[in-house]
Design a protein around this ligand. Structure first.
Ligand code: KG4
Ligand code: ZN
Length: 360
């Protein structure tokens, strides 16, 4: 039986398809981003996302097959993200996967998007012979999720902590929107933070009641809002808004961003990173983890990568390459491979689930 898996991912605002062999060799990975559609609204508009997925899905899948130099008949299975995510978006990819499976008599594999993010690292670990030892802690940080999992041998997961309000990426996006930097916020803040003084603005975090491995980012977002309200920033924010649709360069951003705002960005980013790493390290110590995996869109943040890798942690830290941090379908096909090997196939009645969980 062929070990070629076509992965399809449409949980949020990227229409993606990829062909992966043996859960390891990425023969193709196509990602059609909707950033230009949602950018002007400062965030993902669910109705527009489903419409864009509908427009793109057939071409994206065709391109993934063509780039891999293969055809549907050579596949062993088709994998699609079944959740969590925007239900209208999930439905497009999942339904298309089902219809291809039905038409070609191929098995369907349903993949949890968060497990996909974890497999982005495991996929590259296999390619590069990284020795990831288990149990590991996985920090999945994206626009929709901020979760800490224990990952045991055989891909068994236990939830250790999660955000109680905003996801880390969402905090980046909301702060960027507030300051006129457009969507998505993470990459812009990442590029501008080195120009600011991260010690300039002090943020304090309320102590967590209950599970102290949980995160909360809404207080930080409110603190930024208060900081902005206390200053006369309308003109500079308007200048950035006017610029934000034109994919500005760092120099163009710097020309409309005074030093105190750069300091705010740097301080905000440092506060988020501190929160993420403190809890990741604490959970790793508690479960006696032998490695830390960081994945999801926010894992492409340069300062987070640098802090994790130079932070003197007592266990190795693994990040995916930047292209595999944000949503893609190679990670979905990779996550599907172990299910494929175990014959864990999904029925054609599988439903898209907006709140699908990975572990309790
Ligand atoms: O994984 P992803 O593509 O989609 C979700 O599953 O949410 O993550 C997108 C999120 C956005 O919130 C974006 O602002 C954030 O990841 N992000 C970053 C960076 N690149 C993307 N956050 C911080 N630094 C970055 N370099
Ligand atoms: Zn994601």
């Amino acid at each position: 039986m062929s070990s070629l898996i076509l992965g399809i991912e449409t949980s949020c605002d990227e229409t993606a398809a990829a062909v992966v062999a043996e859960g390891e060799r990425v023969l193709s990975s196509v990602v059609a981003s909707q950033i230009s559609t949602h950018g002007k609204y400062g965030g993902v508009v669910p109705e527009l996302a489903s419409r864009e997925h509908l427009r793109a899905i057939v071409t994206v899948v065709r391109e993934a097959l063509a780039n891999a130099n293969t055809e549907l008949e050579n596949l062993g299975a088709i994998a699609a993200t079944a959740g969590p995510g925007l239900v209208g978006s999930l439905l497009v990819g999942l339904t298309y996967a089902k219809s291809l499976c039905f038409a070609r008599g191929l098995p369907l594999i349903a993949v949890n998007h968060i497990e996909g993010h974890i497999h982005a690292v495991l996929l590259e670990a296999r390619q590069r012979s990284w020795a990831i030892e288990f149990p590991a802690v996985a920090l999945v940080v994206s626009g929709g999720h901020t979760h800490l999992f224990e990952v045991a041998e055989g891909f068994r997961y236990r939830l250790l902590g999660r955000t109680r309000d905003d996801a880390a990426g969402e905090a980046f996006d909301k702060v960027a929107k507030l300051l006129g930097f457009g969507y998505p916020g993470g990459p812009v803040i990442d590029r501008l933070a080195p120009y600011g003084n991260a010690a300039a603005v002090r943020f304090t975090f309320a102590k967590m009641k209950g599970n102290d491995l949980d995160f909360s980012f809404s207080g930080l977002k409110t603190a930024v809002l208060r900081w902005v309200e206390a200053r006369d920033m309308e003109a500079e924010i308007a200048a950035r808004r006017a610029l934000s649709g034109n994919r500005p360069s760092v120099e163009q951003w710097l020309a409309v961003t005074p030093q105190p705002t750069l300091d705010l960005l740097a301080s905000f980013q440092r506060a988020v990173i501190r929160e993420l790493l403190t809890r990741a390290v604490e959970s790793a110590q508690r479960i006696g983890a032998r490695s830390l995996i960081v994945s999801g869109g926010v894992a492409s943040n340069s300062a987070l990568r640098a802090a994790a890798q130079t932070g003197g942690l007592r266990f190795p830290v693994f990040f995916p390459s930047r292209a595999l941090c944000t949503d893609n379908a190679a990670m979905i096909a990779a996550a599907a491979f172990s299910k494929f090997a175990r014959g864990e196939f999904a029925g054609l009645d599988t439903k898209a689930q907006a709140n699908l969980t990975l572990a309790g």
